[in-house]
Design a protein around this ligand. Structure first.
Ligand code: FES
Length: 128
């Protein structure tokens, strides 16, 4: 068995082992799907939006420990937020919520955010 040499902190590992809001939403109001050019992993985000607020969010990923943990955290951070508030969340905010992240894994923390931004764009395009 190959063991990871990465030093994820306890909070990251806990979030990875028990991720929140994973799965999909049938007929979402917004949908985003992005690939990570660095590793080829894929992330999808599904949104339900009412009165400009994210009332539900689900994510589906074929990604690493960091991608799953950071996306789980992101879904918790944006639920109940307005679209503008959600757009203001940065990679730094997500990493701060964990304390730290192995630097080599920081790019993975962008995957959920990129998919979220695409899902919000998708919603805006459909509701012009
Ligand atoms: Fe692919 Fe982390 S290695 S998302």
């Amino acid at each position: 068995m190959v063991m990871s040499h990465l030093n994820y902190n306890k909070k990251v590992l806990k979030e990875f082992q028990h991720p929140c809001n994973m799965g999909d939403i049938p007929c979402p109001d917004g949908h985003g799907k992005v690939g990570n050019p660095a590793c080829g992993d894929i992330m999808e985000v599904f949104l339900k939006i009412k009165n400009n607020k994210i009332i539900d969010i689900k994510a589906k990923t074929f990604g690493c420990v960091a991608a799953i943990a950071t996306t789980s955290m992101l879904t918790k951070m944006v639920k109940g937020k307005t679209l503008d508030q959600a757009m203001k969340i940065t990679k730094k905010d997500i990493i701060k919520a964990f304390g730290d992240m192995p630097p080599i894994k920081e790019h993975c923390s962008l995957l959920g955010l990129d998919a979220l931004h695409q899902a919000i764009d998708d919603y805006k395009k459909k509701n012009k």
